[in-house]
Design a binder for this molecule. Structure first.
Ligand SMILES: Nc1ncnc2c1ncn2[C@@H]1O[C@H](COP(=O)(O)OP(=O)(O)OP(=O)(O)O)[C@@H](O)[C@H]1O
Ligand SMILES: [Mg+2]
Length: 424
């Protein structure tokens, strides 16, 4: 099956007396307010592509056109101009009965009934949406059991909702909604009525369930933190137009204009940005095979106080100038003997919020390693702080860790001696 679930092509929706002429004038360059005499331009030239299995978030303030767009995606509203292509089928060209078919089999709206009915068992609750759809009893119970198995509650099928924890109940409700629907699910402000704590839980559940069930979700919200948390990609709307689309990281780190920049300034970056977004190339490495002398050369040339030692690109550990000095003094040459293998490593997808503490405690930059322990980047503390404060990092140096003056005095003659000896 195609990797593309849905395409919105230059969608326009104008409500009012003369929609077609308003679109013509918008296309000719007039603004939303210019065409106000002809109608309300709720959606202006919106184009985007939603991939299968992703959560695509449409975000914007009240009145920016989000609900109008989503209603055009399943043919509930006809676009004034442009088209929507769902799994290869044009919604604009579909007949009324084809449209009903698309809504039944391809793209459907998830309504906000995540609460369970208290007097029904868990399995009867899980089967409820299917019951409403008219699915026969045997089939709906079988499918409900499958939902429960998937969310890890298969053995609680005969329990009543008040015998489950709050989180379990929500999980069943959400799974029920997702399972009853089609491949593409539209959710318009689905969590907005919930209190903040429950809302956060629901967001987490949705991300988990979406990964398990592999659905494509188009989620609308006016809450930026929700958008950033849920979205694989986000489209930001303003006054009917999509002003930027991208991953949460792209939108945070590279806002397309002042409007988006202002919008995102209060977002908690540590919960969006990952190590890979802020890491720098690992310049300061030395192969184990280069020995103490090789490490010394890098420390001196780069004027830093520590380097990472690698072997076949895999991280072995960190070597500090102190350890090198001691080794040189005592005539040691084997780098492996002085590598501190006890360095903190993080993965490229770790959220900054989870690595800040490690960064603060680590005397050397955090090493970012892949699943094969290959060193793919480093995060100096300055870089991390810069990312958190959203100011550019101007240095690539390792932080100096101990009394530099005293160090240089001890260090320089040793380095000179060692590297001269090598040159001759
Ligand atoms: N049926 C309609 N007739 C006339 N104007 C409409 C209609 N539906 C929406 N609008 C207007 O279109 C614009 C976009 O509305 P829409 O409901 O899409 O916004 P929204 O982003 O979903 O807002 P909210 O966050 O408040 O739900 C608004 O100016 C609204 O008043
Ligand atoms: Mg709306």
């Amino acid at each position: 099956m195609s990797e593309i679930a849905l395409v919105a092509q230059n969608l326009y929706k104008v409500f009012g007396r003369n929609p077609a002429s308003a679109v013509k004038r918008l296309k000719a360059g007039e603004s939303r307010s210019d065409v106000a005499d002809a109608g309300t331009a709720a959606v202006i030239d919106a184009s985007f592509t939603v991939n299968r299995g992703e959560i695509f978030v449409i975000m914007g303030l009240s009145g920016s056109g989000k609900s109008t767009i989503i209603r055009m995606l399943n043919g509930l509203l006809a676009p004034t101009d442009g088209d929507v292509v769902v799994q290869g089928h044009s919604i604009g060209k579909a007949s009324a009965s084809e449209l009903r078919g698309i809504r039944r089999s391809a793209v459907s709206m998830v309504f906000q009934h995540f609460a369970l009915l208290p007097h029904r068992t868990v399995i009867d609750n899980a089967a409820y949406a299917l019951e409403i759809q008219g699915v026969a009893k045997e089939e709906r119970l079988a499918r409900a059991q499958e939902i429960l198995d998937r969310v890890g509650l298969g053995n609680r099928a005969q329990a009543f909702p008040d015998e489950l924890s709050g989180g379990m109940r929500q999980r069943v409700g959400l799974a029920r909604a997702l399972t009853a629907g089609t491949d593409i699910l539209l959710m318009d402000e689905a969590f907005s009525a919930l209190d903040p704590l429950i809302r956060r839980e629901m967001q987490e559940q949705l991300v988990e369930l979406q990964q398990e069930l592999g659905r494509t979700i188009i989620f609308i919200t006016h809450d930026l933190n929700e958008a950033m948390f849920l979205g694989d990609r986000i489209a930001v709307m303003r006054d009917g137009r999509i002003v930027q689309q991208g991953t949460p990281e792209e939108i945070l780190t590279d806002p397309a204009n002042d409007y988006v920049a202002q919008f995102v300034q209060d977002v908690d970056r540590t919960r969006v940005l990952t190590a890979s977004a802020v890491m720098e190339p690992p310049h300061l490495t030395t192969p184990i095979s280069a020995g103490v002398r090789g490490a010394l050369r890098v420390l001196r040339e780069e004027q830093v106080s520590a380097v990472f030692a690698v072997e076949s690109r895999r991280l072995v550990g960190a070597v500090t100038d102190r350890a090198v000095i001691r080794a040189v003094k005592s005539g040691g040459t084997d780098l492996r003997a002085i590598v501190d293998t006890n360095v903190l490593t993080v993965g490229p997808d770790d959220l900054l919020t989870d690595i800040v503490e490690a960064a603060v405690e680590s005397p050397v930059p955090l090493a970012v390693v892949d699943e094969n322990n290959r060193l793919i980047g480093v995060i100096p503390r300055v870089t991390l702080l810069a990312a958190l404060g959203n100011v550019p990092a101007t240095t690539r140096e390792m932080p100096i860790i101990q009394s530099p003056i005293e160090m240089v005095a001890q260090f320089t003659p040793l380095v000179d001696a060692a590297t001269e000896g090598e040159a001759s």
